[in-house]
Design a protein around this ligand. Structure first.
Ligand code: HEC
Ligand code: HEC
Ligand code: HEC
Length: 381
């Protein structure tokens, strides 16, 4: 019987195995470095894409280098160090209810994909290392702002004045309010009770907004009646949000509320949205509602003249020529902003400047008239 000589194959096989093992282990030794390099590359590319989106969508309000403008500074050490990627992502996705910070995620009716928002987060992270310390403004929690927010974000479940609804219990409930302190309320509001239908607000609201809600809770605890006169724009925004979620009934609810407080020629447009919804033309209703929200509020220029003279002319000059405040006759910011953006701006003012918010001093209607009045100074009017 002839014996096959396998020996040379065995040796060749062994050598090959050794070579293979060696090259694997070299690759294995190099892997972490390679992965790190790769993820750095991916991060950089994502940040570059984010920069592009930032320039187009965000710089207008937050400043071209994130230094702040109508919106707060984002290029700020304190802010970036305390906000996790998830918080940034959620904030940009959902916007800030009751403010002009819009929701950007497509799932919330905005223009950006989740990937685009992740790219923005990468871009903002790029600032962190060299971000300046931005001094926080002195923040004083305010129950009236709290109520405005409550009316746009909470009362659909917790009812008028927090007295309870069919979905959620009363918050304005003396026996609970006296036995539970604000730390407890802060915890429930921030973390929610998702399994029981109470949303997690800590990723949607700014910490200051939660403090405003606690100021409201304080006022209720002390039996004070708080009234907020500004609500139509917040109601319209809530209606948009509900419609983007396909919640027709809730959309109608907010639409009704908004219409109740609405004034001026735009009131008819609520009817248009309503009939589009009745016809189940959700897309058209959505577009119409978004237009309505940008146009809101429409006031009467003649009536704004007095409000302007009493409230604004000290700083902006009787003919809008500017003084301590900017020239408004004409003014690029006014020219390029929608009515709803100007309303939000005049309500909240600009941090760190003499332009304070008029939230507590003027009604939404008075501001509408002032906007109509200063629009007459702009190009093409
Ligand atoms: C129309 C103006 C406007 C635009 C456009 C805008 N923002 Fe904002 N943004 C705001 C305002 C106002 C706030 C503050 C809201 C508040 O009072 O909590 C804000 C808040 C934020 C915050 C939270 C900051 C903080 O201190 O808690 C982040 C993050 C943010 N915006 C990111 C973005 C990004 C990213 C974009 C672009 C996709 C963008 N914003 C576009 C107005 C705007
Ligand atoms: C989608 C409906 C919904 C919305 C919107 C909502 N909540 Fe709630 N909330 C609930 C439900 C349901 C509970 C009761 C949960 C339970 O049974 O433990 C609750 C409980 C609470 C509690 C605890 C009350 C108690 O005495 O135990 C507080 C405080 C609260 N919500 C505050 C808020 C605030 C502030 C907002 C707005 C920023 C808000 N909620 C928005 C549904 C909602
Ligand atoms: C106490 C002074 C003061 C009063 C009162 C005041 N403003 Fe201003 N306003 C300012 C200052 C200062 C600025 C510029 C802020 C800055 O440096 O960014 C400004 C900015 C503005 C801007 C933005 C202009 C731009 O180019 O960015 C508008 C619009 C505006 N004010 C409208 C009003 C209206 C309307 C009223 C009355 C309801 C009013 N202001 C009342 C001081 C004031």
């Amino acid at each position: 019987m002839q014996k096959e000589n396998y020996e040379k194959y065995i040796i060749a096989g062994l050598i090959l195995t050794v070579i293979l093992l060696a090259s694997f282990s070299i690759a294995w030794i190099k892997e972490p470095a390679r992965m790190e390099h790769l993820s750095e590359e991916i991060f950089k590319e994502s940040a570059l894409r984010g920069r592009e989106i930032y320039g187009e969508q965000c710089a207008f309000c937050h400043g071209s280098t994130g230094q702040g403008g109508v919106g707060p500074a984002l290029n700020s050490k304190n802010f970036l160090e305390t906000a996790s990627d998830q918080i940034l992502f959620e904030t940009v996705s959902a916007g800030r209810p009751g403010t002009i910070m819009p929701s950007w995620a497509q799932k919330n009716g905005g223009p950006l994909t989740d990937e685009g928002i992740r790219d923005l987060v990468s871009f903002m992270r790029f600032w962190e290392e060299n971000a300046p310390e931005v001094a926080g403004e002195d923040f004083i929690p305010d129950a009236v702002r709290g109520l405005t927010l409550f009316n746009s974000s909470c009362f659909i479940c917790h009812g008028e004045n927090g007295l309870g609804g069919s979905i959620a219990p009363a918050i304005n409930n003396p026996s609970r309010l006296t036995s539970l302190d604000n730390d407890w309320y802060r915890g429930v509001i921030s973390f929610g009770r998702p399994s029981k239908g109470m949303p997690t607000w800590g990723t949607v609201l700014a910490p200051n907004q939660i403090e405003d809600l606690l100021a409201l809770i304080d006022a209720w605890r002390n039996g004070e009646a708080i009234e907020s006169n500004i609500s139509v724009s917040a109601m319209i925004n809530s209606a948009i949000f509900e419609l983007s979620q396909g919640e027709i009934e809730d959309t109608m609810f907010f639409l009704d509320r908004a219409e109740k407080g609405a004034f001026g020629p735009i009131v008819e447009e609520f009817e248009t949205v309503r009939s589009l919804l009745d016809e189940n033309d959700v897309d058209e209703a959505f577009d119409q509602l978004v237009r309505l929200s940008a146009d809101w509020p429409i006031g009467v220029a003649e009536e704004g003249e007095d409000v302007y003279a009493d409230t604004c002319s000290v700083c902006h000059g009787s003919e809008g020529e500017g003084n301590e405040g900017s020239r408004l006759n004409p003014n690029d910011f006014v020219n390029s902003s929608s009515n709803s953006e100007l309303l939000a701006f005049i309500l909240s003012g600009r941090d760190g400047t003499a332009m304070g918010g008029f939230q507590d001093r003027l009604t939404e209607e008075q501001i509408a008239h002032v906007i109509a009045f200063i629009r007459e100074w702009q190009d093409g009017e």
